[in-house]
Ligand binder design. Structure first.
Ligand SMILES: NC(=O)NCCC[C@H](N)C(=O)O
Length: 405
C-alpha cells in the first residue's frame, strides 16, 4: 500500500516534503557556484528564516510538513544496521576512491556523529579537509593538497525537494539527475522509499540507476489520467519513454496520457515548472517566453509499449483538450517583457498551489503577484531575498506527498 497520493497540481495539499537549508550552504564558494548550480551565496541565517516562514505558512493552511532530514534520520534510527551500508555508499558516491580516505572519512563520521539527525545533516553539509586532522607525513596527497578544501562536496540544492524524487499518482520516480552534484541527493530517496514506514511500498516508476536523466521540476500531475513532463535541459526524451512504459504497465495507475512539452534548453528555463505551473482549475501561470517555440507530444499505451504523436494547436487549446474545459494562461510579468524576464528568473511562474486558486508565491515578484491577485487568486506571500539565489521558487522547494482526491 502506497503512502503517496498526488493526482493533481491543485487539489488541497495534505502532506509535503521539505528540507530546511542547512550548513551545506556555508560550503558554497565563488569558484564552486557553477558546478553546484547556484548563482550567488545565500546568507544562511536569513535563508533559514525565510524557509521557516514558508513551512509555517503551509502549516497555517492545514498542510502537514515533513523534513527529508527527519525521515532519513528515522530510517537510520529504526534500522541501525543500515548506517554502515549508507555511509559506505555515500562515501563512494562522493567520489572518494582511495582506501585510506574512505577509512578516514568512515571513522570520522562514525566517531563524531553518533546522533542520526546530526549524521544525516553532516552528510548533506560535506566535509572540509581541515576537519579530518590527517597525519600529513605519510601521504603525498595530503602534503600537496590545500589545507582548506572540501573533501566531500556539499549538497546545497537539497532544499529544492521537488527535483530528486517526484510523486506521480500513487507512485514515485527516483530520478537520475542531470548534474553530478544533484545525483548525490537521490541517495536519500533510495533509503526513505525502501525503509520509511510512510513511504515503503510506493511503486517506483524510475530508478536513480537508469541511464537517462529526468528531474521532478519537469513532472506535473495534471489530473488522475494526464501527466505532463518537460523535455528540458534536465529531462531527456529517452527517460520519458522509459517512465511512460513503467507507468502504463502498472495496473494500479489510472494515467492514460503523458504530454511531453519540449521547452528550450537553457538555465533560465531549466524545468517545466520554472515556466509553467497550474494555479486553479482553469488557470496556469506561464512565462511568455515559451509561448512561441513550444512543441507538445502525446504519449499513450500501445500493447506493452507506447505510441507517440505530435499534438498541434495553441497551448491553450492543447490544455483545454486534456484538462476537459477552457483554461486561461496568465503571463508572468503581466505582459511587460522586462518584468517577465526578471520575475521568471526569480521564479515568478513557479508557484505552489495548495488548493484551487490558493497559491504560495515569492514576495519579490510584485508585478506578477499583482496580476495574479487581480485575477482573483488567493496569494500566500513568503519572503524570498536569500532563498531565490538558488534559482528555485515555492514549487521547487516542496514535494507533495499527499493531496486530496
Ligand atoms: N524545479 C526547479 O526548478 N528547481 C530549481 C532547482 C534549482 C537548482 N539550483 C538547480 O539548478 O537544480
Amino acid at each position: 500500500m502506497s503512502g503517496v497520493n498526488v493526482k493533481s497540481e491543485i487539489k488541497p495539499l495534505k502532506k509535503v516534503l521539505l528540507h530546511r537549508p542547512g550548513k551545506e550552504l556555508l560550503n558554497l564558494t565563488p569558484n564552486t557556484l557553477e558546478e553546484l548550480l547556484f548563482d550567488d551565496i545565500p546568507f544562511l541565517k536569513v535563508a533559514q528564516e525565510e524557509h521557516d516562514a514558508f513551512a509555517q505558512a503551509l502549516r497555517d493552511n492545514g498542510v502537514e510538513v515533513f523534513y527529508l532530514e527527519d525521515l532519513m534520520a528515522e530510517v537510520l534510527e529504526a534500522n541501525p544496521e543500515l548506517r554502515e551500508q549508507f555511509l559506505k555508499q555515500w562515501i563512494e558516491e562522493a567520489g572518494i576512491r582511495t582506501d585510506r580516505y574512505q577509512k578516514i572519512i568512515f571513522d570520522y563520521m562514525q566517531e563524531n556523529y553518533p546522533d542520526a539527525k546530526d549524521f544525516v545533516l553532516k552528510t548533506m553539509e560535506g566535509i572540509n579537509l581541515t576537519e579530518l586532522h590527517t597525519d600529513k607525513s605519510n601521504s603525498l596527497v595530503d602534503l600537496v593538497s590545500e589545507s582548506s578544501k572540501m573533501v566531500v562536496a556539499p549538497m546545497p540544492n537539497l532544499y529544492f525537494t521537488r527535483d530528486p524524487f517526484a510523486m506521480i499518482g500513487n507512485g514515485v520516480s527516483i530520478n537520475r539527475m542531470y548534474s553530478e552534484t544533484r545525483n548525490r541527493e537521490t541517495i536519500y530517496g533510495e533509503y526513505i522509499f525502501a525503509h520509511h514506514p510512510m513511504l515503503k511500498g510506493t511503486p517506483e516508476y524510475y530508478s536513480r540507476y537508469n541511464t537517462f536523466h529526468i528531474e521532478g521540476g519537469d513532472i506535473l500531475n495534471i489530473n488522475d489520467k494526464v501527466l505532463a513532463i518537460g523535455i528540458s535541459q534536465r529531462t531527456e526524451p529517452d527517460a520519458i519513454d522509459a517512465i511512460a512504459k513503467n507507468i502504463f504497465n502498472d495496473p494500479t495507475s489510472p494515467i492514460e496520457t503523458i504530454l511531453a512539452f519540449n521547452i528550450p534548453n537553457s538555465r533560465a528555463f531549466m524545468h517545466l515548472d520554472t515556466v509553467f505551473t497550474q494555479i486553479d482549475t482553469d488557470k496556469f501561470t506561464i512565462h511568455p517566453g515559451i509561448m512561441g517555440p513550444l512543441t507538445v507530444f502525446e504519449i499513450t499505451a500501445e500493447g506493452e509499449g507506447i505510441k507517440v504523436k505530435e499534438v498541434n494547436g495553441t497551448l491553450e487549446s492543447i490544455l483545454e483538450t486534456y484538462v476537459g474545459h477552457p483554461v486561461e494562461l496568465i503571463p508572468c510579468g503581466g505582459g511587460d517583457r522586462i518584468a517577465a524576464e526578471r520575475e521568471q528568473w526569480n521564479d515568478g511562474s513557479n508557484t505552489l498551489c495548495i488548493a484551487p486558486g490558493k497559491i504560495v508565491v515569492y514576495e519579490r515578484n510584485d508585478v506578477t503577484n499583482k496580476v495574479l491577485r487581480d485575477k482573483g487568486l488567493d496569494l500566500i506571500i513568503v519572503p524570498s531575498a536569500e532563498l531565490s539565489r538558488g534559482r528555485g521558487g515555492p514549487r521547487c522547494m516542496s514535494m507533495p506527498i499527499e493531496r486530496e482526491d
